[in-house]
Design a protein around this ligand. Structure first.
Ligand SMILES: [Zn+2]
Length: 291
């Protein structure tokens, strides 16, 4: 069991930071491919997603590099094993790395013991192949056990599996704390699925929402949060997937959005590790001033 802890006063970001944009790149490629009734992977869906590791991730790396943006890459253990060169390039470029389950399992459908096995398997893959001790975790489809398992069995500094806030907060349990940094997938997935007619293909950007729509949605999200950031601390999660936003037209949306947001004073693109450090420093300062 665990409980939430929030700061007693408003959060303050460091001097000069008005809106942190927390960048999540989901590097998951063909994990979670749709299966036919006989449990064989759908070859079309498989290849569409496989574009993520073969081309998309590299294109996203280039765009982030062009803008000098360093974010968090959330990587599945199996994707790391299949395409270690991508993760090595991500690490070399200076991005933060976090775990994103093993094969992008729907943890909400799995028993607690299985979820724990898959989490351990992912953590080990990063240690063995990349020499990386994971500091952060995200399960897209969190179960009722996800937070308990993180607190009870792992020493992650943050989790980003929950969708429920504009600011981080602490979850406390099992004698320790972890910072929850909420996310959403409105930056690419939700925007391509919305409004699709017939069977929803989250990746069929040509049949649902146009790149112009996606860019407009990102800009309005940004404008609202930037305005609010003048009065109160907020953060903007920017979540993209290698197999969706890595496609040329969607990648251009990301490129254009970064160019747009960069023009505003006090906008900082950042990783979860950096955001967690800022939040914790402010939280400690508040507690000391109360003591
Ligand atoms: Zn994901």
């Amino acid at each position: 069991m665990w409980k939430e802890k929030h700061p007693s006063q408003s959060v303050r970001w460091p001097q000069g930071v008005r809106l942190p944009i927390v960048v999540s790149v989901h590097h998951q490629s063909e994990e979670m491919t749709s299966l036919f009734p006989d449990r064989q992977p759908d070859p079309f869906d498989y290849s569409e997603r496989q574009y993520g590791a073969r081309r998309g991730a590299w294109r996203l790396l280039e765009i982030l590099d062009k803008h000098g943006v360093r974010g968090t890459w959330l990587i599945c253990g199996a994707t790391l094993e299949k395409y270690p060169e991508v993760s090595r390039a991500v690490k070399k470029a200076g991005h933060s790395i976090a775990g994103h389950t093993y094969e992008h399992e729907m943890m909400c459908n799995l028993p607690r013991e299985t979820e724990l096995v898959l989490m351990n398997k992912t953590v080990s893959a990063f240690e063995d192949l990349l020499g990386e001790r994971l500091r952060g975790w995200r399960t897209c489809f969190a179960s009722h056990n996800t937070i308990d398992l993180i607190l009870e069995h792992f020493d992650f500094e943050w989790d980003g599996s929950i969708w429920n806030d504009d600011l981080p907060y602490i979850v406390e349990g099992y004698g320790r704390e972890v910072l929850e940094i909420s996310f959403h997938a409105y930056s690419d997935v939700a925007l391509v699925a919305l409004g699709a007619e017939g069977p929803v293909s989250a990746y069929g950007t040509w049949q649902s929402n146009t790149p112009e729509f996606a860019l407009r949605a990102l800009k309005s999200m940004f404008d609202a949060l930037y305005e609010r950031g003048a009065e109160k601390a907020v953060m903007m999660p920017l979540t993209v997937h290698d197999f969706i936003a890595g496609r040329p037209s969607r990648a251009k949306v990301l490129d254009d959005f970064i160019s747009y947001a960069k023009q505003f004073e006090g906008v900082v693109f950042t990783s979860h590790d950096q955001l967690a450090a800022w939040w914790q420093a402010d939280y400690r300062a508040q507690n000391e001033s109360v003591a």
